[in-house]
Design a protein around this ligand. Structure first.
Ligand code: GUN
Length: 296
């Protein structure tokens, strides 16, 4: 029997319809949620992610503003943009698209973002609050995965989730969120990474496999147990001369083989990606709503 396809695109559309109601409510108080975007350099994948995020903002009535800097922008150039967004009352959320051309700057830049506008959930304050189970902006991809599992009725509490990948953006925050004792988590978690001796040994025991390694073919069918739920976070461009753009997008898992074995699986594209964008919109609207509460 084939796996259920976990349709992130459809769920994202439903959630964005709900967000429009929140945006309309804010409008009655004269508030338009605003997202300030900073894109440094000209990486084509980053460019297309940012365009998708800005288009999603426009569709939901969220104002977005973009500043682009060249790849050789200095640390100070970048910090000046962040400071400008921090000080701008029309901006409720700040998105600095990662990776930066100079990865060594990333932690300083993230730390400069006002934690109250950190809608990516990357600032140490939000990461710390997340770890403690306190209210915080949650990183968008992990948050989107948890919402996708919850809304599609996949049991997480008590499940063994095995994550492949330990990035600061996905693997590590997701591992922490899954362990929290709340309605989205309460799972048992294993994190595999480049230092793991036998990744398949771990993934074969998983009720939920989450592949977030950024490499096609990371999870193959022999690494997944019958009836598992498979979440594919990878978005990899592979050359394909038959496509108009000369490439196609593939995830980190062998979708065609695994869908014959798994109970449920996310497609690429159309799985996790639209959920990531939706949670960014959600956090931005929440930030605007928090501003209203603070004023009341
Ligand atoms: N690069 C890859 N994913 C993300 C994300 O969720 N936010 C930002 N800012 N950069 C990213």
């Amino acid at each position: 029997m084939g796996a259920t396809i976990l349709d992130g695109k459809a769920l994202a559309a439903e959630m964005r319809a709900d967000l429009k109601t929140s945006v309309a409510r804010l409008a009655t108080a004269g508030v338009v949620p605003g997202l300030g975007v900073l894109l440094v350099g000209d990486d084509p994948a980053s460019r297309s992610y940012v365009t998708a995020k800005e288009k999603a903002c426009a569709d939901c009535g969220i104002h977005s503003q973009e500043i682009r800097l060249p790849a050789d922008a200095t640390r100070q150039d970048i910090l000046d943009v962040v400071d400008g967004y921090n000080a701008d009352d029309r901006i409720h959320g700040i998105l600095v698209q990662l990776p930066l051309p100079d990865a060594a700057m990333e932690q300083d830049v993230i730390a400069a973002i006002d934690p109250n506008k950190d809608v990516d959930g990357f600032h140490p304050t939000n990461i710390g609050r997340m770890l403690l189970g306190l209210p915080a902006f949650l990183p968008c991809t992990p948050y989107g995965i948890l919402k996708l599992l919850q809304r599609s009725g996949q049991p997480v509490a008590g499940a063994h989730a095995v994550i492949v990948g330990r990035s600061n953006i996905v693997g590590r925050p997701l591992a922490n969120l899954l362990t929290l004792k709340n309605e989205l988590g309460n799972a048992t978690v294993t994190v595999c990474h480049t230092g793991t001796r036998d990744v398949g040994y771990h993934t074969r025991q998983a009720d939920i496999v989450i592949a977030a390694a950024g490499r096609p073919g990371t999870v193959t069918a022999d690494m997944v147990k019958e009836g598992a739920v498979v979440i594919d976070v990878g978005v990899n461009r592979v050359e394909d001369a038959s496509r108009p753009r000369g490439y196609r997008l593939v995830g980190d898992v062998d979708f065609d083989a695994i869908k014959e074995k798994a109970a449920a699986i996310t497609p690429v594209p159309g799985g996790v990606g639209p959920m990531t964008i939706t949670m960014l919109l959600y956090n931005t609207v929440e930030s605007a709503e928090r501003g209203q509460v603070a004023k009341a």
